[in-house]
Design a protein around this ligand. Structure first.
Ligand code: UD1
Ligand code: CA
Length: 440
């Protein structure tokens, strides 16, 4: 099975500088929703692109075949652009602006198509509000589709609508598309005109209109965003994740979350984030592309492209920037920022600290207000701190600098030279006391 996704249109009604299919649902571009689902049911996936082709190419996986439709002359014309790609075996057509079609429904469609040995099999749905959609006219095993704009008064009353999603017998589409014309209200080559030329079209009439709702404007975009969020959150709740308030919890369709994890309100879990079991996440937390171990706690914080190992705790008000690795049982407290920093197990940085380009050993204590001075205005430099060392409060570690293991940095130090293992380093002016100076 091969699939093609039509996505060359501009999406005029979106009133956007970006092509329609790049608009996101749950932080994932519409076209990627369709590509990912198509990839689950077919060996090869192609897309027809036109408007914004270069921008779209950047966000889709490399293995997707791209066909260009230079002028948007209709959905039938769009399919024609993929030439021999549609020839071989059964061929599935999807629309880039119908993002929430499910793997389950597509599998059912393909099964029905094969069992009934149809020329084509189409997904339809019945709705009280068919406005804008093509209408289905059944006549025995034959099906005709009339576009909304071409329909007469009687046809407009039909409640069964075309989803646009259909599977075709190998080669049949290639031949039949040659026969269609553009003598309709829009002057376009409609893909929907091929059905009346087939002897036997099967229909899979589904119940849930959300799966086949097309996004033509931003009102529909918001509607599908809400639906998608509901589906995703429900899936996680049924798999054993507690979500305190699903209405303001935003989880990516590509996230993984272990059971008995509790997610507090106002939390965003983006991209391919993986969260273990028995974690406590949120409230007010945003996590993007992170791997989080079992039992971790992340409270009121932002984490991006990092790893947070089991039983570590982060927050409140911490910022874990890309390339950080927070070890087992590590405690990162309030107003602590890390960037490209690896912290080994049981270490602590609890207050008001910046750790950038640093490697920190086990059981290290980083005092309040510690700063790794990693940037000289031009270049970045590294800091390393050995196991079981103690950095006193308000220390500046001027990189490049290495602090050995079991060493002690006195509070308020500015450390510019390496400190060997088992040492004590001071780097501050000696305190001077002049007694009775006030009265004199
Ligand atoms: C289409 C169907 C309609 C169906 C509806 C379901 C046709 C003629 N009509 O109407 O029966 O009920 O979808 O949502 O197929 N595209 C191209 N090249 C083109 C034109 C369109 O790639 O030349 C792409 C668009 O980018 C879009 C998809 O095809 O992703 C559908 O096009 P759109 O113009 O939105 O069709 P609808 O009017 O919604
Ligand atoms: Ca559409």
């Amino acid at each position: 099975m091969k699939s093609i996704i039509l996505a060359a249109g501009k999406g005029t009604r979106m009133k956007s500088d970006f092509p329609k299919v790049m608009h996101k649902i749950c932080e994932k571009p519409m076209i990627n929703w369709v590509i990912d689902t198509a990839s689950l049911v077919s060996e090869e996936v192609g897309v027809v692109l036109g408007h914004g082709i270069d921008k779209i190419k950047e966000i889709i996986p490399q293995n997707i075949k791209v066909f260009e439709q230079k002028e948007q002359l209709g959905t039938g014309h769009a399919v024609m652009q993929c030439g021999d790609f549609m020839k071989s075996d059964d061929f599935l057509v999807l629309y880039g602006d119908v993002p929430l079609i499910s793997e389950k429904t597509l599998t059912e469609l393909i099964k029905k198509h094969k069992e009934e040995n149809n020329d084509a099999t189409l997904i339809t749905v019945n709705t009280e509000n068919p406005y804008g959609y093509g209408r289905i006219i059944r006549n025995g095993t034959k099906v005709k589709i009339v576009e909304h704009k071409d329909a007469d008064e009687e046809q407009l009353k039909i409640k069964e609508i075309n989803s646009g999603i259909a599977v075709f017998k190998g080669g049949i589409l290639h031949e039949t598309l040659k026969l269609i014309r553009n003598d309709n209200v829009q002057g376009e080559y409609y893909l929907t005109d091929v059905f009346e030329k087939f002897e036997k079209t099967g229909i899979l009439n589904i119940k849930d209109i959300t799966e086949v709702t097309g996004v033509n404007d931003r009102v529909q975009l918001a509607m599908l965003e809400k639906k998608a969020r509901e589906y995703i959150n429900e899936k996680f709740m049924l798999s054993g994740v507690t979500i305190i308030n699903p209405e303001n919890t935003y989880i990516s369709p590509d996230a993984k979350i272990g059971n008995d994890t509790v997610i507090y309100p106002d939390t965003y879990i983006n991209g391919k984030t993986e969260i273990g079991k028995k974690c406590i996440i949120g409230p007010g937390t945003s996590i993007t592309e992170c791997i989080i171990g079992d039992g971790a706690k992340i409270l009121k914080s932002e984490c991006e492209n990092s790893e947070i190992k089991s039983n570590a705790s982060v927050g409140p008000w911490s910022r874990i920037r890309p390339g950080s690795s927070i070890g087992e049982n590590v405690k990162i407290g309030n107003f602590v920022e890390t960037k490209k920093t690896k912290i080994a197990k049981n270490s602590k940085a609890q207050h008001l600290t910046y750790l950038g380009d640093a490697t920190i050993g086990e059981n290290v204590n980083i005092g309040a207000g510690t700063i790794t001075c990693n940037y000289d205005g031009k270049n970045k430099f590294k800091t390393s701190i050995g196991d079981e060392s103690f950095v006193g409060s308000n220390s500046s570690l001027v990189a490049p600098v290495n602090i050995g293991k079991k060493s002690l940095i006195a509070a308020g130090s500015v450390i510019t030279k390496d400190v060997p293992d088992y040492s004590l380093a001071f780097g501050r002016a000696k305190q001077v006391v002049k007694e009775d100076k006030y009265r004199k």
